[in-house]
Design a protein around this ligand. Structure first.
Ligand SMILES: [Zn+2]
Length: 51
């Protein structure tokens, strides 16, 4: 029988990756971060779901 060791993938703690990147409502730049993060390019607001 072939006994290959089950190698668990290395868990590299990096980014939470819980937030989906949004687009700036102003210039269309991709903004990553928690809701409310201002656009890094123009300082505008993210394009959240329409309310
Ligand atoms: Zn912008």
């Amino acid at each position: 029988m072939d006994d290959s060791d089950p190698m668990p993938p290395p868990v590299e703690g990096g980014d939470p990756a819980c937030w989906l990147p949004s687009l700036c409502a102003n210039c269309g730049a991709m903004i990553e971060g928690p809701p409310g993060t201002a656009c890094w390019r123009c300082g505008g607001t993210r394009r959240e779901g329409d309310d």
